[in-house]
Each structure stands twice: as structure tokens, then as C-alpha cells.
Design a protein around this ligand. Structure first.
Ligand code: ATP
Length: 235
């Protein structure tokens, strides 16, 4: 299987001297859901940032569909959608204007039918004329996903999509992610919760102090963990 994302020997040392990534090797297959599990400060966001071209690696490479994220940023970037942890959108804009603008940023021709499909899939269609500020927290999270999907990326990164959300929204998020996968999107998400990784992922990678200490098929990992899973404290 040709991986859609390939990471080799990736390290990141911040200006502070902190080594956040210590040589990550990772392949991600087209259409799979990979959950990156790890406690606060493990390096999950740094790894996502480096693959998306936001964090410049100290050494090593990341390629997206064969395009090196540093040397061939534009080609690699256009294949990626990123849903960050924080709300990063204009509070005064409407939902529709937000997704339209995001699509335009990538030079994609307008395609209202595609954007409608995205908003419907996220139960946002009825809110298309609402201003972002007027939406509930859960709806705002959905807007971030719609915004990330507006330019039709093949790969979606979700950085802790359920951090700080209530149980109902967490289950909604799980369903949204599964729905996207059914449409063929490759998904990489980070989480602190093993049950969340178990719910959504095909494979689970565990990051600890900047190292990818294991990557396993979910079923195999769950078999290995057995009853220990219940007592595993990752936070
Ligand atoms: P969380 O679950 O809390 O989001 P994380 O696993 O995503 O954590 P990172 O945000 O990647 O972890 O941080 C990894 C380490 O790098 C942490 O010790 C963090 O303090 C440090 N770090 C992150 N960004 C920077 C930065 N811009 N400058 C210096 N250190 C940083």
C-alpha cells in the first residue's frame, strides 16, 4: 500500500531548547483513520503542525501524497484540511461566507453544490446564514470542520476535536468522523482518551515525550491491553 503521508526521522527542537519530537517515523494509508494518543505536552500538536507545514522541523521529512511539505508546500497544503483546537474564524461572518472564503483561498473554482453537501453532512445547512458568534460551541466546532473541508482536501487533521465538549457533542463528533471516512477522507486525529481512539480509529499511535512509542492496528492493541485498558492513565 502506497502511504498518503510519510514521515521520516522527524525531529523538532523549539528555540527554548525543548525537544518536542525525537525522530518520528510514520506511514499513513489512504482512507485510514489514525488516532494519535498521548498526554499533555507529548508532542501531538507539534507532529501535526510539522506534517501540515506549520511547524518547521529541525530535521527529517514529511511528505503528503509524495509532496515534501517544506519544499513543495503549496501542493502538499492543498491536499490537507486542518481543524485546530481553538476557534479560528471571524465571529462576524456567516457560516456560508466562511466556507466560501476558505474554498477561495485555495484557488478552487466556486462550487456551491459541494459546499452545500459539506454543510448538510455537518447539520449546518440550516445555520448557513447565521453569524459564527451566534452559534453554540458545538456548532462552532462543526464550522471549523466545514471550513477545513471547503477546498476538498483528501486528508483531514483534527487536533483534539472533543477537548472540553459535552458527552453529546463528543458522540456527534465521532459520528461525523466516521461519516467522513465513509466518503474516503484520510483522517488523523489527536486525543487524550483511549476510548475515543478505540471508537474512531483503524490504527492507534501512542506519543510519549516526543517519541512514537507504538503504532498498532486498533484490534491488535486492544487485545494486548485487555483489561489493563480500563486502568490505563494517559492524562
Ligand atoms: P496537548 O495535549 O497539551 O495539546 P501535545 O501533545 O499536543 O499537548 P505539543 O503542544 O506538541 O504537545 O507540545 C510538546 C512540547 O513542546 C510541550 O512541552 C510544549 O510545551 C512544547 N512546545 C509546544 N509549542 C512550543 C513553542 N512554540 N515553543 C516552545 N515550546 C513549545
Amino acid at each position: 500500500m502506497q502511504p498518503v503521508i510519510s514521515v521520516r526521522g522527524l525531529t523538532k527542537t523549539y528555540a527554548s531548547g525543548h525537544q518536542a519530537l525525537k525522530g518520528i517515523d510514520l506511514d499513513i494509508g489512504r482512507g485510514e483513520i489514525l488516532a494519535l494518543l498521548g498526554p499533555n505536552g507529548a508532542g501531538k500538536t507539534t507532529l501535526i503542525g510539522a506534517i501540515c507545514g506549520i511547524v518547521r522541523p529541525t530535521s527529517g521529512t514529511a511528505t503528503v501524497d509524495g509532496h515534501d511539505i517544506v519544499r513543495d508546500y503549496r501542493a502538499a497544503r492543498s491536499r490537507i484540511g486542518l481543524v485546530p483546537q481553538e476557534l479560528t474564524t471571524d465571529a462576524f461572518e456567516t457560516v456560508w461566507a466562511t466556507v466560501k472564503f476558505s474554498r477561495g483561498l485555495f484557488g478552487r473554482p466556486p462550487d456551491p453544490a459541494y459546499l452545500e453537501k459539506v454543510l448538510r453532512a455537518l447539520s449546518l445547512w440550516d445555520k448557513r446564514d447565521s453569524r459564527i458568534m451566534a452559534l453554540s460551541g458545538g456548532m462552532k466546532r462543526r464550522v471549523l470542520i466545514a471550513k477545513a473541508l471547503a477546498h476538498e482536501p483528501e486528508i483531514l487533521f483534527l487536533d483534539e476535536p472533543t477537548a472540553g465538549v459535552d458527552v453529546e457533542l463528543r458522540h456527534d463528533m465521532w459520528n461525523i468522523v466516521r461519516g467522513l471516512r465513509e466518503r474516503g477522507t484520510t483522517i488523523i486525529l489527536t486525543t487524550h482518551y483511549i476510548e475515543e481512539a478505540e471508537e474512531m480509529a483503524d490504527r492507534i499511535g501512542v506519543i510519549h515525550r516526543g517519541e512514537l512509542v507504538l503504532v498498532e492496528e486498533k484490534a491488535a492493541l486492544m487485545r494486548k491491553l485487555g483489561s489493563k485498558r480500563l486502568t490505563l492513565q494517559l492524562q
